[in-house]
Design a binder for this molecule. Structure first.
Ligand SMILES: [Fe+2]
Length: 329
């Protein structure tokens, strides 16, 4: 496979990050792989950040797509305050609710409601990969996940860079994909034997949206292979078999190990990712272990995606993902 060459937006992001770092020499940014992930140290997320620190963190996020922090033992309120410095917060989860007393936090426990499909997990390599809530018309711009109870081993998270994945495709296929849009739907996996409780929650706010298969990132200008395997169900206008085979190729391509990074959690770890240019997965190995795992997530309000052809996404069903204070659910 031809690996992506550095392209103009990436060079600009490198320059922007270098300039930001020059103003914050106490903050280190250590890349974790060729295409994605950087470990940031030298900053205390439990207190208000300076404008230059915020600029460095934001620049590192845009360049490396997911940034990691260690030994940040934040309270729920500190987690919300840290997140708010980067944008408006959404309600914890548009379908599964929020932490009591903290409307912007979603509890990611090992046996949470969203996992209760009651079915056997699929075994294909892209099973479980997704970007957060892409069934919404305006999926979150970013997610901030904090580890509290962490197993001694197992329960890692992986991310993949969907701009790098797009860059690695041939020009004719890139051009074809730019003409396509796909339907993202919040529903149990096909054939799943979902519990009645799960179905009731999903049906009270059925999220369905049509997004371009290639989006333009609103801040970096990068073109992104906007496929979220967990939510993207069909490609509009293609025959069923064409859609299925093309999606399976794209999903397999997008999660190739070349484009990914894997993070081993510890109590106090934080992962902050750009939800517009990445997908992520929690490997299922945690369910083979007896250990518990508890994380908390906040998400930043996102804009409606726009395709490489200039057309915006369209809402088919469900409410937009609003800021936590204005949410109706
Ligand atoms: Fe997620």
């Amino acid at each position: 496979m031809n690996m992506p060459l550095p392209h103009a937006p990436l060079q600009r992001l490198d320059e922007q990050l270098q300039a930001a770092q020059a103003a914050t020499p106490h903050v280190s940014v250590a890349p974790q792989s060729a295409h994605i992930g950087a470990l940031i140290a030298g900053v205390d997320l439990g207190r208000p950040l300076s404008a230059t620190e915020i600029h460095t963190l934001r620049s590192a996020l845009l360049r490396w797509k997911v940034v990691f922090f260690r030994d940040q033992h934040l309270s729920h309120s500190q987690h919300e305050a840290f997140s708010r410095q980067f944008g408006e917060l959404t309600v914890g989860h548009p379908v599964f609710g929020h932490v009591e007393g903290h409307p912007a936090l979603y509890s990611i426990a090992k046996h949470r409601q969203a996992n209760r499909y009651g079915n056997e997990p699929e075994r294909r390599p892209w099973t479980g990969w997704h970007a957060d809530v892409t069934a919404a018309h305006n999926p979150p711009a970013a997610s901030i996940l904090r580890g509290v109870t962490i197993p001694p081993y197992g329960g890692d998270t992986q991310w993949t860079n969907l701009a790098a994945a797009y860059q690695a495709l041939s020009a004719p296929l890139q051009a074809f994909l730019q003409s396509l849009r796909g339907e993202h739907r919040f529903s149990p996996p096909q054939g799943a034997n979902a519990t009645a409780e799960y179905l009731a929650l999903v049906q009270q706010n059925t999220l369905v949206s049509e997004h371009p298969l290639v989006t333009v990132h609103p801040e970096t200008g990068e073109q992104v292979l906007y496929i979220s395997p967990g939510f993207l169900k069909t490609i509009t206008g293609l025959h069923t078999r064409e859609s299925r085979v093309l999606l399976e190729f794209l999903w397999e391509h997008a999660v190739r190990s070349d484009f990914t990074v894997r993070f081993q959690w510890a109590p106090g770890s934080i992962a902050f990712w750009d939800n517009r240019s990445t997908a992520h997965v929690a490997p299922q190995d945690i369910f083979a272990l007896e250990f518990d795992r508890q994380l908390y997530r906040s998400t930043l309000v996102g804009a409606v995606p726009v395709g490489a052809d200039g057309r915006a996404s369209t809402a088919i069903s469900g409410n937009p993902v609003l800021a936590a204070h204005g949410a109706a659910y």
